[in-house]
Design a protein around this ligand. Structure first.
Ligand code: ADP
Ligand code: ASP
Ligand code: MG
Length: 411
């Protein structure tokens, strides 16, 4: 007997036909004594459409004052798909029950639209499994201490699935999606991207953090925390996909770069002409942190040493921009900024790989590939296992393909 958690993303359950096909596939692979928990996302583009609906009330729905209500709205998307999938199982003769995040005991922080899982007490899930039910769980959502619904950030159903697999001590966690594994770059942008057999949590986390949307970063952290191997595979074929785990078992480790990631959902903010005094950076970034805004690339440079003036430039997620503008309007005045510039048409392209630690020259090769592709670099930042460049959003395809060709030439 095995306890298996399977997660199906939005495109896998986009129509009622697809929902029936998912139920059929699960049952055709289920051994009679297997216990199955299925975590699902909202159907197709439902979450985007719900956000559009909210934009009809206010063009900027991600304002702090609305976030609780946004969560109330967005969690309805997953409730539609769980009820339909549970009905599909019943139609096929399999007892099943749908449960919301609150019903599976998923406790989250109260930071609406960016909730963090504080713990899961899946007593109800065990009870329903013991009754012979397939348990169908709403991804992307939990409940805070007040019982209010809280979502886990875009793509959060991955995190729901891996966290639940950990809490249930599941034997397997499978993420079913519209690609058949993790590739060396987004296969929608790079036609000759290569599928990986395996990738470590460490590298996958960095790829995901830098924009590889196939897995939400928090889900990879959860996998590592619980030491659960995660199998990313296709909803539409039976092929083995990619295993995310602690270390490699079958693949050679002699690659310098594991993959190229890109992120179009970034905004660049330049706070220009601030005094070159202690406490300025602290005041600015503390105000952003207090508003739960994650800041990414940060560059501070001295513009005019004689006049004691600095410029501070940084990037944030595009969805945080409305709130960041509010914060900076007040803080900019406090720190005497001469002006603030916001650029939305930006993209971050990154190379990721633990192998680059012992390979000098990797960054230079990346910059060379960008130069050949005619892409100008705006900001550069590095971590232990990645190099990222901020470029114009309109050049992201050339940038990613140029870098990919450099590190993964066709054999
Ligand atoms: P789901 O709705 O199943 O959660 P997502 O759209 O969130 O699916 O994630 C799957 C998508 O991730 C793919 O369609 C692909 O375009 C994108 N993606 C980005 N980077 C990668 C990568 N390195 N490998 C595979 N897919 C990637
Ligand atoms: N439906 C949510 C989203 O679109 C969660 C998910 O798909 O994982 O972000
Ligand atoms: Mg996803």
């Amino acid at each position: 007997m095995a306890l298996i958690v399977k997660k199906f993303g939005g495109s896998s359950v986009a129509t009622t036909e697809k929902i029936l096909a998912v139920a059929q596939r699960i049952l055709s692979e289920k051994k009679s004594d297997d216990k199955i928990v299925v975590v699902v996302s909202a159907m197709g583009k439902t979450t985007d459409n719900l956000l559009k609906l909210a934009s009809g009330i206010d063009a900027e729905p991600y304002k702090a004052d609305y976030l609780r209500e946004l969560d109330m709205l967005l969690t309805t998307g997953e409730q539609v798909s769980i009820s339909l999938l549970a009905m599909a199982f019943k139609k096929l003769g399999q007892p099943a029950i749908s449960l919301t995040g609150a019903q599976i005991g998923m406790k989250t922080s109260s930071v609406h639209t960016k909730g963090r899982i504080l713990g899961i007490e899946p007593k109800r899930v065990h009870e329903e499994l013991n009754k012979g039910n397939v348990v169908v769980v709403a991804g992307f959502q939990g409940a805070d201490e007040f019982g209010d619904p809280v979502t886990l950030g875009r793509g959060g159903s991955d995190t729901s699935a891996v966290a639940l697999a950990g809490a249930l001590k599941a034997d397997e966690c499978e993420i079913y999606t519209d690609v058949d594994g993790v590739y060396s770059a987004d296969p929608r942008i790079v036609k000759n991207a290569r599928k990986m057999k395996e990738i470590t949590y460490f590298e996958m986390l960095e790829m995901a953090r830098l924009g590889a949307g196939v897995m939400q970063p928090r889900s990879v952290e959860m996998g590592q925390y619980f030491n659960i191997p995660i199998h990313v595979r296709s909803t539409f074929t039976n092929q083995t996909g990619t295993i995310i785990r602690e270390d490699y078992t079958v693949e050679e480790k002699d690659f310098e770069i594991r993959g190229v990631a890109h992120d179009l959902k970034v905004a660049k903010i330049s706070v220009l002409g601030v005094p070159n005094n202690p406490g300025i950076a602290h005041t600015l970034f503390k105000a952003l942190a207090d508003a739960n805004i994650d800041v990414d690339m940060i560059v501070q440079s001295i513009r005019n040493i004689d006049r004691n003036i600095n410029d501070i430039v940084f990037t944030i997620a595009l969805s945080d921009l409305p709130e960041a503008k509010n914060v900076i309007a007040t803080t900019g005045e406090k720190i005497n900024a001469a002006s603030v510039l916001v650029e939305e048409d930006m993209a971050k392209v990154s190379i990721v790989g633990a192998g680059m630690l012992g390979s000098p020259g990797v960054a230079a090769r990346m910059f060379g590939a960008l130069a050949r592709a005619g892409v100008n670099i705006d900001i550069i930042s590095t971590s232990e296992i990645s190099v990222s460049c901020l470029v114009k959003g309109s050049q992201v395809t050339e940038a990613v393909n140029g870098i990919h060709d450099e590190f993964f030439p066709d054999k």
